[in-house]
Design a protein around this ligand. Structure first.
Ligand SMILES: [Fe+2]
Ligand SMILES: [Fe+2]
Length: 269
């Protein structure tokens, strides 16, 4: 069932706990963004970009929560599982900060999603270690690796202090988010066979395919102003294609997961 994206805070001890664990959100320069200073169409696009951003942060929280559970189920080192679980809290912090920015921009655009399907699926009957590997691949080695490139590009173009502060807070955590997948594969190396690796290479290509709209069929008219975190469609497409090659495919190759070159090139068309 689809529902409108909306973040609710319970308040009290749980909100206090979140603020304690991720301090500083209140110190961002809130209240400095004047929506009237921007062209209404561009402002709408910025609201759309950041509303989508709230959802992707929320979805990342669900993905890392699934990963933390899968790590525990395959008896991965406990500090690795703790890192995955802690990243869930990073992503929830990102979702709340992005949602506050959306409010400053004038509020969310309609955005409906089926939240029952927000966690990434894994192959039915896969062994615990392969299931964990699938989640590490999709979420960290592909998703987070691409998001570092996209966020860095947005930060380079953004000149509003509040938007910069929000992007900065999001990016600060992404290094570990993109590396936890590799940490897992280094540990799991002797627990994965050749057949597992071939299977995982296919999973990685399917995960890359999900991001194809980032470099294909991107709406040229839907450009949010760079000042508010938007990026130009053409240069963004080139950036994403480069990121797939250098930040996703090449590191996976080094981890022993070789993507089929022909299929990869096909996806990057
Ligand atoms: Fe994030
Ligand atoms: Fe992240």
């Amino acid at each position: 069932m689809h529902a409108q994206l909306e973040l609710e805070m319970l308040g009290g001890p749980t909100e206090a706990r979140l603020r304690r664990r991720r301090p500083g959100a209140d110190d961002l320069p809130w209240g400095t963004l004047d929506p009237d200073a921007f062209d209404p169409h561009a402002l709408h696009e910025a609201r759309a970009v950041w509303t989508n951003g709230v959802f992707t942060e929320y979805a990342s929280a669900a993905a890392f929560a699934a990963m933390a559970g899968a790590f525990l189920e395959c008896r991965a080192p406990v500090d690795l599982s703790a890192a995955a679980a802690d990243i869930v809290v990073d992503e929830i912090d990102h979702a709340t900060v992005a949602s506050r920015l959306v409010m400053e921009l004038g509020g969310a655009v309609p955005f409906r999603a089926d939240f029952a399907l927000v966690s990434p699926a894994t192959t039915p009957d896969a062994s615990p270690v392969v299931r964990a590997a699938e989640l590490a691949l999709k979420t960290s080695c592909v998703g987070e690796a691409l998001s570092i490139s996209a966020l860095s590009r947005s930060l380079a173009g953004a000149d509003h202090p509040l938007v910069r502060a929000v992007l900065d807070r999001l990016l600060r955590d992404e290094g570990h988010h993109a590396r936890i997948g590799a940490w897992f594969f280094e540990w799991a190396d002797d627990r994965l066979g050749d057949a597992d690796r071939r299977h995982l290479a296919g999973v990685a290509l399917d995960a890359i395919a999900v991001y194809r709209p980032l470099w294909r069929d991107r709406c040229a008219a839907c450009e949010a102003p760079a000042a508010l975190g938007g990026t130009a469609p053409q240069s963004h497409a080139e950036l994403m294609i480069d990121a797939v090659r250098t930040r996703v495919a090449a590191p996976l190759e080094r981890l022993g997961i070789s993507l089929d070159r022909d299929r990869l090139e096909e996806l990057l068309q």
